[in-house]
Design a protein around this ligand. Structure first.
Ligand code: 5GP
Length: 215
């Protein structure tokens, strides 16, 4: 029997460094870990530096609503006045193929996923302080003071949901936060039930000809 992958929900307030951590995890380790990142659909505008079908599948409201009608989403939510959704088909396919799948989604999507998939693991990334969060948002240089103030309010709202997650990572030192993220996924993979399915042939060969004892 093929071992199914695990679904990871990764949430954080904007500016906590979630995307950089996920990018680094995939760039440095995806070749040694069976790991995929789900690319969401969104109706928001593409930002400078983003790429169609890599950052998101950028689509219109009409297209998004047609996908809702077709029940194409694992979950979807309105975040900052735009739709965001996780494609059901590809995520289910990857999980069935044994890949662990990362969902970079907000707390609303996380709630829906937990209801549908209680085995999913939630990871929440925190900034080291509000000052640092504000400074990271300012350094991006893409928003004016008013937008940053509103992003700070939204960040606090996102942070207020931290206790709905299984794991917390404070992203103060980037490399340590990356190690923590990778360790959570590796430790979960090493669970006996999972390894037993992955290494079924090995275990059978190790125990060949063994006559069970009464112990
Ligand atoms: P941004 O527009 O800054 O890329 O993302 C805004 C927020 O939307 C982030 O918290 C991000 O995690 C969340 N988000 C991205 N994709 C999805 C998705 O498919 N579903 C949900 N529920 N949230 C998403």
């Amino acid at each position: 029997m093929q071992a199914k992958g695990c679904l990871y929900i990764v949430s954080a307030p904007s500016g906590a460094g979630k995307s950089s951590l996920i990018d680094a995890l995939l760039n440095r380790f995806a070749s040694t870990m069976p790991l995929k990142l789900s690319i969401s659909h969104t109706t928001r505008e593409m930002r400078p530096g983003e790429t169609q079908d890599k950052s998101y599948h950028f689509i219109s409201n009409q297209e998004f609503e047609a996908l809702i009608e077709r029940d194409a989403f694992y979950e979807y939510a309105k975040v900052f006045d735009h739709y965001y959704g996780t494609s059901k088909e590809i995520v289910e396919q990857w999980l069935n193929e044994g890949f662990d799948v990362l969902l970079d989604i907000d707390w609303q999507g996380a709630r829906i996923i937990r209801e549908k998939t209680p085995d999913a693991k939630g990871i929440f990334i925190l900034p080291p302080s509000l000052e640092e969060l504000q400074s990271r948002l300012e350094k991006r240089g893409r928003d004016n003071a008013e937008v940053i103030a509103s992003r700070m309010d939204k960040a606090k709202r996102e942070i207020s949901h931290f206790d709905e997650y299984d794991y917390l990572i404070v992203n103060d030192n980037f490399d340590e936060a990356l190690l923590a993220l990778r360790s959570i996924i590796l430790a979960n993979r090493q669970k006996r039930e999972q390894q037993q399915l992955i290494h079924e042939d090995l275990i059978n060969s190790l125990l060949q000809d063994y006559v069970a004892q009464d112990d």
